[in-house]
Design a protein around this ligand. Structure first.
Ligand code: ZN
Length: 277
């Protein structure tokens, strides 16, 4: 059963990284003027502005602040680096608070010099270390499972099951899961794990883009919705039927699209959002 086709932009959020060539002011203004409803800010997008100023900018634009990307990268064989990562995540939480972002997305990290299970234990310890501050600031922590081809350096959390297990361990309303179709579309357990995540009230975020066939670069060649092989409407339907009421967040890293006219690209994103998401 397919979900109802999207007929408006009320649940459309765009990640600032999607239009990386635009400075923060242009991104905010353009998204708002196109009728986009929400924005997720990447920490590399601040430019000359402080998080406080960006928060005010978003407030004036009418966009809803959705999340800050990204925290995480907890594991390392080097204890000093693990401590530095915790501090960086605490800084990210303050930035999110300044921007009035309700959520910090965690790309959990991995160190190829140790086994993934060791990295997973360090991820657990990292989240444990920042959770009290997140609770205090009322900022949700969204664990994003990453495709297994990122298991070397970017994340030892590679499936929805692992993300659910980790989120479940904390048993906190402030720890949940960010479902990114690019990372989880291939997983035979995806439906069951989305249902499980919904029952636990931990479906925090939904990221969309497409998997191009063939893919030229496994980091920076993501496709616009409808351009690849992911059944995005199908997965969105599972999310919605599992109780997810948040934004559909367009998050596209693409060296190809970053070189194109960003106004035309944004129009294409909105068109694809309404027809292929
Ligand atoms: Zn994502």
């Amino acid at each position: 059963m397919k979900p109802e086709q999207l007929t408006d932009l009320s649940r459309l959020c765009i990640h600032s990284i999607t239009t990386k060539p635009l400075d923060i002011t242009s991104a905010v203004n353009k998204y708002a003027s196109l009728g986009v409803s929400g924005i997720t800010i990447w920490r590399d997008a601040y430019g000359d502005y402080t998080p406080l100023q960006i928060g005010k900018m978003i407030g004036r634009s009418g966009l809803e602040p959705v999340s800050l990307c990204r925290g995480g990268f907890f594991p390392s064989v080097d204890e000093r680096k693990r401590k530095a990562a915790v501090n960086d995540n605490l800084t990210a939480l303050e930035e999110a608070s300044d921007m009035e972002m309700p959520m910090l997305v965690l790309v959990c990290g991995a160190d190829p010099q140790q086994l993934p299970e060791v990295s997973r234990e360090q991820i657990k310890a990292g989240i444990e270390a920042i959770l009290p501050r997140a609770e205090k600031l009322k900022i949700k922590l969204a664990i994003e499972p990453l495709h297994p081809l990122y298991a070397d350096t970017r994340s030892a959390i590679n499936t929805m099951k692992q993300a659910n297990d980790l989120a479940g361990y904390f048993n906190s309303p402030w720890v949940g899961v960010a479902v990114d179709v690019y990372h989880v579309w291939w997983d035979e357990d995806l439906f069951g794990e989305i249902v499980r995540c919904g029952k636990d009230d931990k479906l925090f975020a939904f990221h969309v883009c497409d998997w191009k066939v063939p893919t030229g670069d496994f980091l920076l060649d993501r496709g616009v919705m409808g351009e690849g092989c992911i059944d995005i409407p199908g997965i969105r339907g599972w999310m919605n039927r599992s109780g997810f009421k948040g934004f559909n967040e367009v998050e596209i890293f693409s060296q190809i699209y970053w070189k194109t006219n960003q106004d035309e690209y944004l129009n294409r994103i909105i068109d694809s959002y309404l027809t292929h998401t």
